[in-house]
Design a protein around this ligand. Sequence first.
Ligand code: AMP
Length: 429
Amino acid sequence: MTTFADLHLCPELVHTLEELGYKQPTPIQAQAIAPILEGKDLIAEAQTGTGKTAAFALPMIQRLSREPVNGDYHHIRGLVLVPTRELAVQVGDNALEYGRLLGMRVISIFGGVRFDNQIRKMKRGADILVATPGRLLDMLKQKKLSLEHLEMLVLDEADRMLDLGFIHDIRKLMSYMPEQRQTLLFSATLNGPVETLAESLLQQPLRIQVTRRNAASQQVKQSAYAVTNADKTDVLSYLIREGDWRQTLVFTRTKRRADLVAAQLQEEGISALAIHGDRHQRERLAALQAFSNGEVQVLVATDVAARGLDIEALPQVVNYDLPNQPEAYVHRIGRTGRAGKRGWAVSLVAPEERRFLQDISALIGKPLQVQPVPRFENGRLIEGAPLAEKKTRRKSAKSGGGEKSKAQGESQKISKPARSAGRRSLFSG
Ligand code: AMP
């Protein structure tokens, strides 16, 4: 078992981590800390929840603490750029906590609050500054602070910073920094724009990739069932009912499908709510709360809406639609089997989605093969014993039987969720 001391962290930091109850490094910490201490540039693919903040903050603190500060003013030597105010506060708090025994001065600055207050905070400088790009640029333009002494730069959640349109601010910020510095980039996904940014800022970086904690863990059983698109809701409600699934998170490809599936489950008497980007944050939180405390049995979500939801140890996660990005599959199933509990990730795979299975299998490192939908007998799952045709075909039969006629019927069904949402209370069931 690797310990923090094995990663060459100094006794003060090891002691602090002990006090915080961190027993051993997470995978990203185990991989990133030693090379950062050696001064290497690094690009890491890691989501929130992997322990990425400590992975860059601990070695940054240790490196900066090697040189004592003369005088009362602390020059900024470490800078962490973050996309949002919330993350600025969180990263700042963590770094302050980690660096307390080493006397690190850490300050966070971000937009949306009074400029003069933040300037006052910076009066005696900071060893580590955590900042959103726009506000930092304003302060530099007004010569309220300087980055001339910068030694280490971290771009945290780089993909989100680019999504939020910070690229121009980031480029401008570079002109205020010395070229000679160590640069680290962390991003939940490494897409084209992030790679381009990394190429222009980093020098011969080490690359690290980790998945969410527990993501493809042994604790998660993964099943893929062959269904037609038209049968998906029937199969889903069969599994929920017969399997007595109490808390189930269901992922769909689009917002419209999320609404549709939730409405169809409601019609089957299963309490379900949809959350997606069109819903207000208030509505999303209410839905999440209802789901967490068991008032609602099924939450139907798009990938974007589910980001950042922290629900402990879900017993089942369902891919109603397979994602076309294999990484999304790993994120989704990372919601089950958490905290040492067993979980079950079920994918409903239509013929046209089978082509996604290969990439997913490659990423998770084991083959994911489609099987027939299983049968339940007295609550017991009988795998490999296909569910009788008529059970899953009930609805399709009504609308003419075939996939085609059902697909045609779907356009008439689209207006249903709107109607039923109006008819039913949000938390019915
Ligand atoms: P992050 O991915 O940086 O947002 O960290 C997620 C959470 O994990 C934070 O609440 C950290 O305090 C916590 N954490 C980070 N590293 C460890 C560790 N090695 N052991 C236990 N908890 C940790």
